[in-house]
Structure formats: C-alpha cells, structure tokens
Design a protein around this ligand. Structure first.
Ligand code: SF4
Length: 356
C-alpha cells in the first residue's frame, strides 16, 4: 500500500518547506540529484539540480552514475524511464506516485499486443517498426525493445521516423496520434498513407487494404493539455496581435500546428524564446507553467499563452510532498520496474538516446 503523506507535512508553510528542502539537499550532497521537468511549478524548478524536457532529463538521469538517489519531479513514466536507465544501486523516487499521464494510459500492453497480432496477420510484423512515444508505460517500451523498435520524444521524433523507415516500410506509432501525424506531415508522407488505430474497434477500425497500404499507423491517443488549443485560439491571436510569433507543441492537433509559425518540443520552445529578438511578441501553445516561467525570465519580450492549459498531474508535485520524500530518502515513493521489462525497455530507450 502506498504510504500517505502525514498531516504534519500539510501544515508546513512554503517558506519553511523551501528552507528544509535546501537543508536536506545540503545534507545529502552528491548522494542526491533532483530533476525538474519544465512543466513543474516555479518553486520546484528553482530547487531542481537539472531542469529540462523528457529527452534532456533522460540524458541527465543516465549521466548521474554517482548519485544514490534520483528524485524526479515530473510524472510517472519519466521516473520510470530514469529507473530503467539508472545504475542497479540507484533508487528513483517520485514525490507523488499518483502523478501519471492520461495519454500514457491510453495504450496498455494488452491492447498494443493485440493490435500487433492483427497487423502481423495483414502485413507481417517484420515489415513494421513499432515506435512508442516516451509518454508510455515501461511495458510498451519493453515491447518496442523486443520487437526491433524504439522510443522517441518530441525532440527526436523526425529522426526516429527516418530510423524506422530505413529498416521497414511501415511504422506503428503509439500512443499519441497528434505527435505521430505532425511528424508524418513534416516528413512529407501522403495523408492517405497515415491511418488511425482505434483499439476499441476490430482491426483498429480499418480495412485490411488500408492497413496494407499505410506507411504509418497511429494509435488513437492524445494529450488533453495540448489538444485544448484550438484553431480559433490561433485565429484570435492573429487578429489581435498580427506581429506575434505563434509557437506550439507537436502534441497539438494538426490544424493548430499547421497554422502556427513554429512547433517543437518543450526544449525547442525554450531555445526559440531565448534566441528570439528583444521586443518580440511570442505566443505559446503549451503547458502554462512553462509559458509563465518563460515570460518571467524574458522581460524584454512579450510572452503569453495561446490559451491557459495546465497539466494537473505535473501539478501534483509540490513543496510538501517533495520535502516528505527527501525526509524519507530511499524509503518511500520509490519507482520500480520488473527486471525483464527493465532489460527490454532499456534497449529501446538507449536507441532513443542515440538518435538525435
Ligand atoms: S502535459 Fe500531456 S503528455 Fe505531458 S504529462 Fe501532462 S497529460 Fe501527459
């Protein structure tokens, strides 16, 4: 059973929590590394040793070979990836184990294996490369590892598509339909060669011919934070702020990405803002905590959100559950992955880290 945070932690003020977290960090020194995703609250990001997107933090986690404890301020699949890439003696902790990702939960191993068997019957599994977005369970990463597939992030999805097409003439991409579609568009793949697999329908809702003819089969999954952005938001901004540059995340729907000036991973968005000219107006379609932080950090630019969209799961990590975790370092909120899954998932994750 998951331990519940004792009431005494709920009563600690923000100021006291910050001071106690800093003191614990000093006590633990190099034994601890604290990783903070870009979508975390400001105070959590400020306390983190490294901040970044999924790909950046996966690389950072893999490099921390000396730390005994990796505390991941993000969501469950990220901490799981850190655990898979960690050394055997390291312990990975997530301050709230219920901080999941609804998109990652939209594809489970039973559904994906069942889809794989059906695709195999139509075109032979050896002719298809499975690709899972990093926002997925360890079981799906292991599935890709044992089936000559790979994991991708929004930073390297294009290169991962190239990697897949060098081996096979068809890709099976899960669980985010939109990242898959936007990537396929950038690669110039014809729209009628991209089909959607609905796990609730027989053959994913496709005919045998459609499956045989497809270049890319996309799982019907989505991120509610990024699909919140609609074309009407883009059109309103265009009308009110004609000078604005609109930049969005590729988990947004195709029509929003197509109408934006640029799209890319959170790492790309951060770099884009850093490199933009002073005085620019930049409107961003991604998680609100990142947009607000970029606005604060770049007062010489006018930065605001395309619409307000918050990831409630990222928001579950707070000063109090971080303090509670650090006070019980190595003992609570530990993320574990069964050994065999870890071995196979590591193969797919290491391929991801090699593909830029
Ligand atoms: S922003 Fe979307 S994809 Fe990222 S953790 Fe939240 S729900 Fe999942």
């Amino acid at each position: 059973m998951r331990p519940l945070m004792p009431d005494r932690y709920r009563q600690v003020s923000d100021h006291e929590s910050i001071e106690r977290i800093k003191a614990r960090k000093l006590e633990l020194g190099r034994r601890l590394v604290l990783l903070g995703h870009h979508y975390q609250r400001q105070e959590i990001v400020e306390l983190s040793d490294f901040r970044g997107d999924s790909l950046g933090l996966s690389r950072d986690a893999a490099k921390q070979k000396d730390a005994e404890f990796i505390v991941f301020c993000g969501v469950h699949f990220m901490a799981e990836s850190a655990e898979i890439l960690s050394q055997p003696q390291q312990i990975v902790q997530l301050p709230d184990l219920t901080a999941g990702c609804p998109m990652a939960d939209m594809a489970d191993i039973f559904q994906v294996e069942s889809a794989w068997r059906e695709i195999d019957k139509v075109c032979g599994g050896e002719n298809v490369t499975p690709i899972t977005y990093v926002n997925s369970s360890a079981e799906l990463k292991a599935f890709c590892g044992r089936n000559d597939g790979v994991v991708c992030t929004s930073s390297n999805a294009g290169s991962v598509f190239d990697w897949g097409f060098e081996k096979t003439d068809k890709l099976f991409f899960f669980p985010d339909e939109h990242l898959g579609r936007n990537t396929a568009n950038k690669k110039g793949i014809q729209k009628d060669k991209v089909i959607v697999w609905n796990p609730e329908e027989e053959m994913g809702g496709n005919t045998r011919k459609q499956i045989r003819d497809a270049d890319v089969i996309l799982w019907k999954g989505y991120c509610h934070v990024h699909t919140f952005f609609k074309l009407v938001h883009v059109l309103e901004i265009r009308e009110k702020y004609p000078e604005a540059i609109i930049i969005v995340h590729p988990e947004c729907v195709e029509e929003v990405v197509d109408m934006a000036d640029a799209d890319g991973s959170t790492g790309f968005i951060v770099q884009f803002v850093q490199e933009a000219k002073s005085g620019s107006t930049i409107v961003i379609g991604t998680e609100i905590n990142l947009v607000n932080r970029l606005a604060r950090e770049h007062p010489d630019k006018k930065i605001f959100e395309l619409a307000r969209s918050l990831c409630p799961n990222m928001y579950k990590i707070n000063l109090r559950n971080l303090l509670w975790t650090l006070d019980n370092i190595g003992e609570i909120n530990i993320v574990t992955v069964p050994k065999q899954i870890k071995v196979e998932a590591k193969v797919a994750l290491e391929r991801m880290l090699e593909i830029i």
